[in-house]
Design a protein around this ligand. Structure first.
Ligand code: WT7
Length: 658
């Protein structure tokens, strides 16, 4: 980060720091952590003796065999709750049913088509999970094998995740917006043995062709012959699909006649629970590996602390289970905590832009957790969709995925929260498994735009490139100095990449990949990524991935992708391409957009495509991204350009802007 950006960050933050919102008295009275003293006491206890601290919490889990050691930390390798045996589906289901809470609502599901709604109690969800788990086992799926899940947001997506956990299969959920090539990449990287999908899903009134994408992925000519032997298909939309004999089976046929009770597989604490692919700064997406006991303890504990879950809550996290937020705060955290969870299948603007508020009015969720990009869309869509809606059930609001700009924070607070709901701005990552920094609604004064303070047991530090802590108030790299139960255990099949990405630049500490600074109160302010990772509408995208997709098109010689500011999405994707063939113009732009959609998915489609005669490079051949970022943002180019290989390049770029 340059000095100018650092200074700008300082000024902006100092201005924001002026506004402080005290915690609500209602929360302070009733929350688990009801005062700053209590919060500090927990932090001190976790720091003084992490093993005793986590032992006390892990004891509450339903162990099949107790662990013999709390922690074995040999950076970067960690084992939590060594030698313990436990099953995550039993943590989320069986223990609640056994405690007499089987009748409590586990899931309330609202479909996109008007009027579609289902609820499942904990006992019903337990039975569904057992039947489907037995079906998977009957197909021959064994513990440790990887099962891909490519489904719409239906109760069956949650069932599929928990059923994998029940039989010890490792799930890899692939967001329904990804293309067949992206599915093929992930299946191939993980050696998936089965794919669970649906005929289709609803998105803004249209039917997604999920099964067709899976068929194409399994036949991808760009990959070795597939390892996938079985495809399970949920009938969701009823659209016609082709079933391949011997490979494909309908969900309803698979579960027919299966038992409603299936004993959970006793898993080792460190057996993998799931992998989830996420973009990094280089190459293909990496499969982030999470394991069993530490992950579920982290998901449950953070859900209870941050959202202050109570027995009568209805928790609505709007994320899709294709992302880590959906893993930890739709499925695992709230269900482990025994909460009632609301899930909605469709888009926030279908069939109209007030859909979320209509759902709040009808279903009366008490906690609402969404992304800043969604909040900025609501602001843009206007008050007419909100005024007159009864939002009085809400008592707590949350955000995640990117920093929230203070304007959006204030709007969320005033309009959705009616100035009475605390806002928790939660900082975390796919890699961290769960929330790491966030206000606690019963005790933390909030400042719009800051994720405030670490949770007990979380040890952030801001360091310089030498790994030394920076002066108070200075920006630097965000690292974690100590292990936490929910941390990633590796990159699937790529130990080297795990070590290189997270542990090599600052030896012995976890490098998050974000820049951050701390203010005078010790509050953390996230200042963006240190690498070439973009955050588009809360989705993590790698510039290299987009560039690779573009150059795989025969017309493209070279490509550079950068982010530019966007008022709703946070960042938009701008690409610069030089051509091998074809004419610059709208037709080729359309072709390239379609190509990226096909290679990765709709979420990666560039907003701007600039055709260039050549790309600006340093003498050593590195593309000058700073320059391109300035051009993409429409800013005047600043700073030193003397290392440009060719000064005419700059003029060429500008001259060929479409
Ligand atoms: C990156 C992680 C965490 C689940 C969703 C995203 C950015 C996330 C915040 C926040 C500022 C944030 C960071 C982080 N980020 N939450 N509250 N304030 N930035 O997970 O796809 O793994 O992305 O999202 O840059 O590194 P992810």
């Amino acid at each position: 980060m340059g000095e100018a950006e650092r200074a700008a960050g300082r000024v902006a933050s100092v201005m924001q720091e002026a506004r402080v919102f005290p915690p609500s008295a209602e929360f302070s009275r009733r929350a688990r952590i009801g005062s700053l003293e209590e919060y500090r006491r927990l932090c001190a206890a976790a720091a003084a003796d992490p093993e005793a601290f986590w032992d006390e919490r892990a004891r509450e889990l339903p162990w099949i065999r107790p662990y013999t050691r709390v922690l074995d930390w040999q950076p970067p390798d960690v084992r939590w709750f060594v030698d313990g045996r436990i099953n995550v589906s039993a943590v989320c289901l069986d223990r609640h049913v056994a405690a007499g809470r089987g009748g409590k609502t586990a899931l309330v599901w609202v479909g996109e088509p008007a009027g579609e709604r289902r609820t499942l109690s904990y006992a019903e969800l337990h039975a569904e999970v057992c039947r489907f788990a037995a079906g998977l086992r009957a197909l021959g799926v064994r513990p440790g094998q990887v099962v891909s899940i490519y489904m719409p947001m239906t109760p069956e997506l949650v069932v599929a995740m928990l059923a994998c956990a029940r039989i010890g299969a490792v799930h890899s959920v692939i967001f329904g917006g990804f293309s067949s090539e992206a599915i093929a990449d992930r299946n191939h990287d993980a050696n998936a043995v089965a794919v669970i999908t649906a005929d289709g899903g609803w998105r803004r009134g249209a039917q997604l062709n999920l099964k067709k994408n899976v068929d194409q992925a399994l036949a991808s000519p760009h990959h070795p012959p597939t390892t996938v032997k079985h495809v399970v298909v949920l009938r969701r939309t009823g659209q016609p699909v082709e079933m391949v004999a011997g490979r494909d089976v309908w969900w309803h046929d698979l579960v027919a006649g299966q038992p409603a009770d299936l004993p959970p597989e006793p898993m080792d604490s460190e057996d993998p629970l799931f992998i989830l692919y996420t973009s990094g700064s280089t190459g293909k997406p990496k499969g982030i590996k999470h394991t069993t006991a530490g992950y579920i303890l982290w998901a449950q504990t953070t859900a209870e602390w941050v959202f202050d879950l109570r027995d009568d809550d209805l928790f609505w996290c709007t994320a899709d289970c294709g992302w880590i937020t959906g893993h930890s705060y739709v499925t695992y955290g709230p269900l482990a905590a025994g909460a009632s969870v609301l899930i909605y299948e469709g888009a926030p603007n279908a069939p109209h832009e007030g859909r979320f508020w209509e759902i709040v009015e009808q279903e009366r969720p008490t906690i609402f957790y969404t992304a800043p990009t969604a909040i900025r869309s609501f602001m843009k869509w206007g008050m007419q969709h909100i005024t007159g809606r009864d939002l009085s059930s809400l008592r707590l609001l949350g955000t995640v995925g990117e920093g929230i700009n203070p304007e959006a924070w204030m709007w969320y607070h005033d309009v959705i929260g009616a100035r009475r709901c605390p806002i928790v701005d939660t900082w975390w990552q796919t890699e961290t498994g769960g929330i790491m920094m966030s206000p606690l609604p019963g005790c933390t004064p909030t400042k719009p735009g800051s994720c405030t303070l670490p949770l007990p047991g979380v040890s952030p530090q801001i360091v310089d490139a030498a790994g030394d802590p920076v002066e108070p108030g200075e920006g630097g790299w965000l690292v974690m100095t100590r292990p936490w139960p929910g941390m990633l255990r590796g990159v699937w099949g790529d130990d080297e990449r795990f070590r290189e990405t997270y542990w090599s630049k600052v030896p012995g500490k976890y490098l998050a990949g974000d820049n951050a600074r701390q203010d005078a109160d010790g509050y953390y302010w996230i200042m963006g990524r240190i690498d070439d990772v973009l955050n588009v509408a809360g989705h993590r995208l790698s510039t290299i991935e987009i560039e690779s997709a573009l150059v795989s098109h025969p017309s493209v010689a070279e490509a550079a992708a950068v982010g530019r500011p966007h008022d709703v999405k946070g960042e938009a994707v701008a690409v610069f391409v030089t051509l091998r063939s074809g004419e610059p113009g709208e037709a080729l732009q359309d072709t390239l957009r379609r190509h990226v959609r096909q290679q990765i998915g709709a979420l990666a489609v560039p907003d701007d495509i600039h055709f260039a005669a050549a790309l600006p490079k340093t003498r050593s051949g590195k593309i000058m991204r700073r320059l391109l970022r300035d051009i993409a943002a429409g800013r005047e180019t600043v700073g030193d350009t003397t290392t440009l290989e060719d000064y005419t390049v700059l003029a060429n770029l500008r001259g060929h802007d479409e």
